[in-house]
Design a protein around this ligand. Sequence first.
Ligand code: GLU
Length: 475
Amino acid sequence: MSSIRTRFAPSPTGFMHVGGVRTALFAWFIAQQSSGTFILRIEDTDKVREVEGSINQIENSLRWLGIDWQEGIDKGGAFGPYLQSERLTIYKEWAQRLIDDGRAYADPYSKEELETFREQAKANKQPFLYRNHRPENPPTWDGSQPLRFKSDPKSYTWTDAVMGELSTGPEAIDDFILIKSDGFPTYNFCHIIDDMLMNITHVLRSQEFISSTPKFLNLYDALAIERPVLGTLPFVMAIDGKKKLGKRDGAKDILEYGQEGFLPEAMMNFLATLGWNDGTEQEVFTTSELIDKFSLDRVQKSPARFDEQRLLWLNGQHIRLLSLDDLYARVTNFWPTSAADASEDSKKQVLALVQDRLKTLTDLPTITDYFFTDPLPNWHMIDDSKQLKKLSREEHVELLHAASAALEQSEFDADSVQQTLNGLIETTGQKPGVLFSLIRLSVSWAPFSPALNDTLAVIGKQATLSRIQKAIETA
Ligand code: GLU
């Protein structure tokens, strides 16, 4: 058993969006590729920002994507509890150790006093540092005051698994709060304790935490903790590359993509390649390929751009990779209502024809409806067609009569329909482009369809002939 242990530690502050899920995914890859352990811990110590139902949302999002955790929320494990609000006594114990070692103290100042310090710093054009006002004789900590870390400001140089070598000066380090006056620890404090107690080997998180990292390093030192591997994932930006991805640019609940007909494996592929590539031109990856090939040193340092068109393209690619049975199982909720009474066999026949054309599963009704129900004739489509508008209405009708008579004689499997169509090209002297478009439209009244012979064969002889007849009548 490998000892690699990674974690995803979201705060339950709302739904999961692309950036958050990508962090989870990369941590999961690292655990998966070494048969390590991926842990789900919920960081719920900021009660003000908490949004009800988020924990469920987080779990469902991970499950939908196929990211399973071996330890943590709902699963338990040797290092629980995995909900931080249930670990308060643990944080208190560690806070006490810091107090006993002279590395933590009660913050005696009122809000107003702190504000005055801040304003003084501003007036002096200096950055505000709490440690410049460290009280000489702080009161005994009774839990009603914030507990602060007594930092040891110094320069750090460290290696980030993604960003490479980073360094900061002592000004990046301050006496930050360990435990707030409401009794809850801060993220800055408790994630360090948890990562240590849970034997986390790799900590991956978003770029927003990078400026806090020197503080974390200082706390690791104070507690004599060996640091885990730290990896900073660059922001996901909107397509223009100028601003962080916002709701308007597609930063929505990851679960919405499932409702919109995206496959989880396409989403996984998309997220994985937001700022990572394997060094080749390959773009479409299966989950097991991703697990195999992923490495932190190929994650790019600059922000990634969220390109929804690319996601759409990848989704189409992954739909093509599915077996017909698998695809059939996934489209249960996406059929047009006209398919309600269709048999499994006929739905599968249709699906096989359109599989290559689906970009999302929600395309299914538009591109399959006419297989299950007679469409309404719409001669404007013929009049607007570049190829067909060259012919007169009489010529259209004459060709449809010829097609109907020939198809009447066909056995109506895909091959015989093709033979009939080939014969029609000869007898009518028309170009295939013209003749086939006319028949296609008169039967489907849809802008696209799969190969004409396949389409007619699946629609069936009777329906094909009656639709052509209807077209003739409405010409
Ligand atoms: N609770 C933090 C968040 O949701 C996690 C940061 C981390 O992974 O350490 O942003």
